[in-house]
Ligand binder design. Sequence first.
Ligand SMILES: *Cc1c(COP(=O)(O)O)cnc(C)c1O
Length: 397
Amino acid sequence: MKFDPSSKIHDYLVFGEFGGVNPSITDSSTYTFLSPEKMEELFEHEIEGCFLYSRHWNPINKSLSEALARFEDTESAQVTASGMGAINCAVMQLCNTGDEIVSAHTIYGGTYALFKNFLPKFGIETKFVSIVNLDKVKSAITEKTRILFCETISNPLLEVANIPELSKIAKENNLTLVVDNTFSPMIVSPARLGADIVIHSMTKFINGTSDCVAGCICASNDFISQINDINSGSSMLLGTVLDSYRAASILKNLHSLHIRMQKHSSNALYLAEQFKKLGCKVFYPGLKEHSQHELLKSMMNDGFGYGGIVALDLQDKDKAKKLMTLMQKEKVGYLAVSLGYFKTLFSSPSHSTSSEIPDEEQKEIGLTKGLIRFSVGLDNDIEEKFERIKKCLQNIT
Ligand SMILES: *Cc1c(COP(=O)(O)O)cnc(C)c1O
């Protein structure tokens, strides 16, 4: 065990207002000052333990941010109202008109659409490359490039980014390496491998109950101060603040994340191995056949497995649709987008979460119409669940 993110969280004690074991929910948008002088001072610079207005900071958001910073081993963190909010805050803070981003081409559909369709309105262009081809990454960099962007384990094809090598490239070219770690919390700690900024959609595994949308940015003290600057900070001025009720519930869920990741991972590995035995085309970084299996092994923290996402390629759109319909009927899980829920969720990325990516590009990156992405749940009876899936598979041909 080199690094254990879960023990970092458990070592962090925050007391509630009345000594409660959970910190109190901040039920206020604004805070009183005992003197006008103190208020003036706070507008000039942050004062430890002193709050102004909840879009800027509030106590429970600060507690959750502190826990997340420890967990990703960064100096600081900020929580946001969504994962997209986190990505926007980071990118808008780093880029000016005329700047460029070099991004992995297999990324979350929303991020892809932001980079491809929305940011060009502000004169920010993105070059998409295969992140596993480091030469392609290098040759996409120009003097206008500011950000190198990737996901640790990509959505939905589960390619693994070589974070130490990407970090070297970023440093050589004076770029900021931004890593979306949504698929692999606990498993990989990108900042320890050289990432400058680590992003999560907390909507997924970190919260784990599919009852809210939230995100976070883990980075240096300097960067978190920049995004919170009342005159020029993206978090402050784009208004992506997380609601304090949600911050409180996410902080509680964060404390069981290590146990959930272990179970998601062991269940996913079991399903991936069984799919393989059936002769299906399956993508899972825990399988020896996966192109970046050894790479992931070299980067991961011990004890949390290879993650909860498995992609099964049936190579045929109608078969995929039939299988998903049957699996829902047989109570394998829900036909739903998103991931990290305690029950199994499955969807066809080509028609849903990655539909922002044009057909010809989907083909190029190997995303077929018959691909089903499983977010494997916390089932205690995964062998029995697999028997149900197997029956469904037998009934689609
Ligand atoms: C869901 C997701 C996002 C976006 O997060 P939201 O919380 O839905 O805004 C970003 N990146 C990845 C990898 C995701 O899965």
